[in-house]
Design a protein around this ligand. Structure first.
Ligand code: GDR
Length: 325
C-alpha cells in the first residue's frame, strides 16, 4: 500500500482524499501549519493519519519533511484557495500557492533519485490559470493567462509541474474547476448561499448579500475531483487534465436553486441583494471546462449534477441549523 503525503490535508479536498486513502489501507501523512483547532479536530477524527508540522514558506523545512517521509504519492492541495483573499495578499499567495509547489517537486525528485522509487505527484491546479479565456469550454490547450494574483501563483505552479515532468518526475497537473461540498467554508459563494438559504428558509425572512450575480461557474462535487486526482497520480503517464462537469450556471442560478430547495419558492429574488463591495477588482466571467481528456485517459466522469449538488449542500445546512436549534 502506498505511503501518501498530502499538503492541505485539513481542507475540503485534503479531508476527502485522506478518507479515500485510509479506506484503501494507505499510510497517510499530512502537513499542518500549526496545532490549532482545525488540526486538533482533524487529528481527533483521523487518529491514523500522521500529521507533520511545517510551513509552506520554509523551503528547507519542507524539503527535509518530504525527504523524511519518502512518499510514493504526493498531493499538493495546500496554499491560498480564495481568489478574493489573493487580491489583499498577493505576495503571500505567490509564496504559498506558487513557489511552495516548486519546492515540493524538487524534494520529490530528490527522493526519487535517492531511492530509485517513483514518486508520483499531483498538483491541484485551477481553472483560474485561464483568466478571462476568450473561448469556452476551456481545455488543456487553452492559453494560460491569469487575471488574479491567485491565478498567477497557480499558473507558476502549473508551469513548474511541466518543468519537473521534463526532469523525469511524474507530476500531473489537474486543472480543477470549482468543486464544492458541505465542507466548503462560507468564504466561497456556494456555501455562503446554502448556509443563508437554510436560515432564510427556516425563518421566512432575511437577506443574502452577494457580489457579481452574473459570474458563471462550472460547479462539481468535490469528492469526484479528488477521485480524478488519484487517477492522475496512478496513470501510466503524467499529464495535464481539466477536471470539470462541462455545465455552467450563474451565481444567481445557484442562489435561486438553493433558496427554492430551502422552501422559499418564487419569492427567492426578494431575499437576494447585490452589494457592490463584494465585487472583485477583476473577475473571470465564464468558466466551463471540457474534461474529455480525463474521461478518455483516466476513465473519469463527474457523478453529481448541479441540482443534486445544490440539494446536498442545502440539506446539510438545514440539518446543521436543526441540530443547533
Ligand atoms: P472562485 O470561487 O473565486 O471561483 O474560486 P468563489 O466561490 O469565491 O467565487 C465564485 C464566483 O462567485 C462570485 N461571487 C461571490 N464570491 C464570493 N466568495 N462571495 C460572494 O458574496 C460572491 N458574490 C458573487 C465571485 O465573484 C466569483 O465570480 C474557487 C476556489 O475554490 C479556487 O481555489 C479554485 O481554484 C477555483 O474555484 C476554481
Amino acid at each position: 500500500m502506498p505511503r501518501v503525503f498530502i499538503t492541505g490535508i485539513t481542507g475540503q479536498d485534503g479531508g476527502y482524499l485522506a478518507e479515500q486513502m485510509l479506506a484503501e489501507g494507505a499510510e497517510v501523512h499530512g502537513l499542518v501549519h500549526a496545532e490549532d483547532g482545525t488540526a486538533a479536530a482533524f487529528r481527533a477524527a483521523h487518529p491514523e493519519v500522521h500529521l507533520h508540522h511545517g510551513d509552506l514558506a520554509d523551503a528547507t523545512g519542507l524539503r527535509s519533511l518530504v525527504n523524511e517521509i519518502e512518499p510514493d504519492e504526493l498531493f499538493n492541495f495546500a496554499g491560498i484557495s480564495s481568489v478574493a483573499y489573493s487580491w489583499e495578499h498577493p505576495i503571500v499567495t505567490a509564496e504559498l500557492s506558487g513557489v511552495a509547489a516548486a519546492v515540493l517537486f524538487q524534494a520529490a525528485l530528490q527522493v526519487q533519485d535517492r531511492t530509485g522509487r517513483r514518486v508520483a505527484c499531483v498538483q491541484a491546479s485551477s481553472s483560474e490559470i485561464f483568466g478571462n479565456a476568450p473561448s469556452w469550454p476551456q481545455n488543456e490547450g487553452t492559453p494560460v493567462d491569469p487575471v488574479s494574483p491567485y491565478g498567477a501563483a497557480k499558473a507558476y505552479a502549473h508551469h513548474m509541474a511541466g518543468v519537473y515532468r521534463g526532469k523525469g518526475l511524474h507530476v500531473a497537473s489537474c486543472i480543477l474547476f470549482n468543486h464544492e461540498s458541505p465542507r466548503r467554508p462560507t468564504t466561497f459563494v456556494t456555501r455562503k448561499i446554502t448556509a443563508a438559504a437554510a436560515r432564510i428558509g427556516a425563518e421566512g425572512t432575511g437577506i443574502l448579500r452577494l457580489g457579481n450575480l452574473d459570474a458563471r461557474r462550472d460547479w462539481g462535487w468535490a469528492p469526484d475531483y479528488v477521485d480524478a486526482m488519484v487517477r492522475a497520480a496512478r496513470h501510466s503517464t503524467a499529464d495535464d487534465f481539466v477536471i470539470a462537469t462541462g455545465q455552467t450556471h450563474t451565481v444567481a442560478e445557484f442562489a435561486e436553486a438553493a433558496l427554492r430547495r430551502a422552501g422559499v419558492g418564487d419569492s427567492w429574488r426578494d431575499h437576494v441583494e447585490v452589494d457592490p463591495e463584494l465585487f472583485r477588482p477583476i473577475d473571470t466571467a465564464t468558466m466551463v471546462g471540457d474534461a474529455a481528456k480525463a474521461r478518455r485517459e483516466l476513465g473519469w466522469a463527474p457523478t453529481v449534477p448541479f441540482d443534486e449538488l445544490v440539494g446536498r449542500m442545502v440539506d446539510h445546512d438545514v440539518e446543521l441549523l436543526r441540530a443547533s436549534a
